[in-house]
Design a protein around this ligand. Structure first.
Ligand SMILES: CC(C)(COP(=O)(O)OP(=O)(O)OC[C@H]1O[C@@H](n2cnc3c(N)ncnc32)[C@H](O)[C@@H]1OP(=O)(O)O)[C@@H](O)C(=O)NCCC(=O)NCCS
Length: 169
């Protein structure tokens, strides 16, 4: 993927160490992370930023920092985690609560999928799992063209989640 990449309103770039405070507003927020494994501490987020910088070099995709072009503020994170199957990548998006409801998640997620499809490594399918109690997230996935593929049990969250997928080929 060619980084950074942009949409009408957003710029997506590799995570940087000094994103920490802004990303803590997102990954450190119990409200934002309610359906996504819970809030992280600052030191956990520091490790995650290092992980995602490495992931970009190793796999050619990652989770990116999302900035609003009009004022360069960091409003979210969006991108891909490795999946169990090496030909699949898992889409995720977490946005600062102040920025929900403006279409940013769907705009960022669509751009990540387009960039992966265009310049990506050997990924053939994008997957995502949604807590059924989080309908906004399912809506984002359907907006960008992913389709529901049934319920699956997840050990980490100890619950059934609705799985979505999209073939890239
Ligand atoms: C889920 C999340 C990313 C959505 O971000 P967003 O920028 O508000 O998303 P969008 O504006 O692109 O679209 C959200 C859609 O869901 C709809 N929505 C919001 N709350 C909803 C609800 N409770 N029930 C049904 N639909 C809902 C919105 O109306 C919007 O649809 P519309 O464009 O047709 O009006 C954001 O709420 C978030 O960061 N949540 C916490 C993290 C999270 O849950 N991540 C995903 C799972 S890991």
């Amino acid at each position: 993927m060619t980084i950074p990449f942009e949409t009408d309103r957003l710029l997506l770039r590799t995570m940087q160490a000094d994103d920490l405070d802004a990303v803590y507003e997102i990954w450190g927020s119990p409200e934002v992370m309610k359906y996504c494994g819970g809030a992280s501490t600052k030191s956990q987020i520091q490790c995650s930023i290092k992980f995602y910088r490495r992931l970009q070099n190793e796999k050619g995709y990652s989770v990116y920092t999302v900035l609003l072009k009009e004022n360069s503020s960091i409003i979210g994170v969006c991108g891909f985690n490795p999946a169990e199957n090496e030909h699949e990548a898992e889409l995720l998006y977490h946005f600062n609560q102040l920025c929900w409801g403006k279409g940013y998640a769907a705009e960022a997620a669509a751009a990540c999928v387009a960039a992966l499809r265009k310049n990506g490594p050997n990924v053939r399918k994008i997957i995502a799992a949604v807590d059924p109690a989080n309908p906004a997230s399912g809506k984002v996935l359907r907006k960008i063209g992913m389709t529901a593929a049934g319920m699956k049990w997840f050990e980490d969250t100890q619950q059934e989640e609705l799985c979505y997928e999209m073939e890239l080929a």
